[in-house]
Design a protein around this ligand. Sequence first.
Ligand code: GUN
Ligand code: FE
Length: 430
Amino acid sequence: MTSSSFILKGCIAFSEGSKSIVTYRGGYVVCVDGICKGAFSEFPKRYENLPLVDCKNQLIIPGMTDLHVHAPQYTFRGIGMDEELLEWLSKYTFPEEAKYSDLSYARKAYGYFAEDLRRCFTTRAVVFATLHNEATVELMDQLDKTGVITYVGKVNMDRNGGVGLEEESAEASLQATLEWLEQIQGKYTNTMPILTPRFIPSCSDELMKGLGKLSAEKGLRIQSHLSENQSEIAWVKELVPSSTSYANAYEIFDTMGTAELPTIMAHCVYSDEEEMAILKKHGAYIAHCADSNMNLASGIAPIRKFLDAGINIGLGTDVAAGSSMNMIKTMLISLQASKMYYRLVDADVKPLSFEEMFYLATMGGGSYFGKVGSFKDGYEFDAVVIDDSKMYSMRDMSVRERIERMVYNDADAFITDKYVKGNKIYSSAE
Ligand code: GUN
Ligand code: FE
């Protein structure tokens, strides 16, 4: 057995499905060669030869998956938040991303992103870079070293990017994509490429079709944005007049994916029955980005409907429209958003329970990466050990209460150790 075989002892919480959270106080979770062999209330004797790490009264939960985050936007998070999507993109985001033509700028900024990603609750992430090949490879180099498992996309955009953030033509964008894929071929352990048409307003029909074809030919997944904002949706209708919906426009270009190569669509705030049917048919994932949707006043996505319809769904921070990479904060805002949807929009759409939100942050998004996001037998061993001892209480709290409290008040929940596939990639003691 390799060094990634061990047992953690502590206060364990994980999902097995969306309706309940399994907890063990003073329980054990076993990792053998990077794979979880299950969690137990009693010491599992058959693993008695493995080293035991006693985490005492700390919480031990599965790592979280951030299904949608923009690495080049990290360093301007939390500012310029008084605009709506299209104005925010042209005023702040595109000018910032244009700076990544400068490799030394990219190296420094991506250094901040990669290090903070290593330190947060996220063990898996699906990441947008910019359209620049050199900077994207730099980001992938840095992310691979963190041990966090990621998909990273060189962004495609051949229209409406403004000064300095537009590829010359569909052909040039596709050619750059091929060159990027060639450059990184076989280079990484933890980092994988994903095709990334920014959204339909950024990509000509020819470029979209070319990316759809490339995805099928090379077996590459796709990520993009869908139905985030009403002005955006109206614009897409003008740009692709034959489409019956925004989702259908992606379908027309063969970029909605398949169950084997699922596309991630961020947002889906305004996805109706037709779009839901398209997402479901293709096995696509919705990246629910509630923090971003609040900040840009985009709206509230009806995630209860998506979940009940059996559509794949996980959470995204969508930095920098979302202001933080902290998945715990994203869970809280997503919970609050679903409560307000119920109260203000549709009383028939019940708020998500805490159990459902914990599931989305761990197993829901994790399933995009395979058997990820749970301590069930056979899952890849991603775990976060958390010290919440500074959250004083006047009584003895259950593990379930402690994880709920951590989400509703993240201020004093400190990550002690973080494991990905059984490798410890961060420790507060380092
Ligand atoms: N739609 C197209 N690009 C972006 C982006 O960078 N952020 C968000 N939130 N939406 C987008
Ligand atoms: Fe986004």
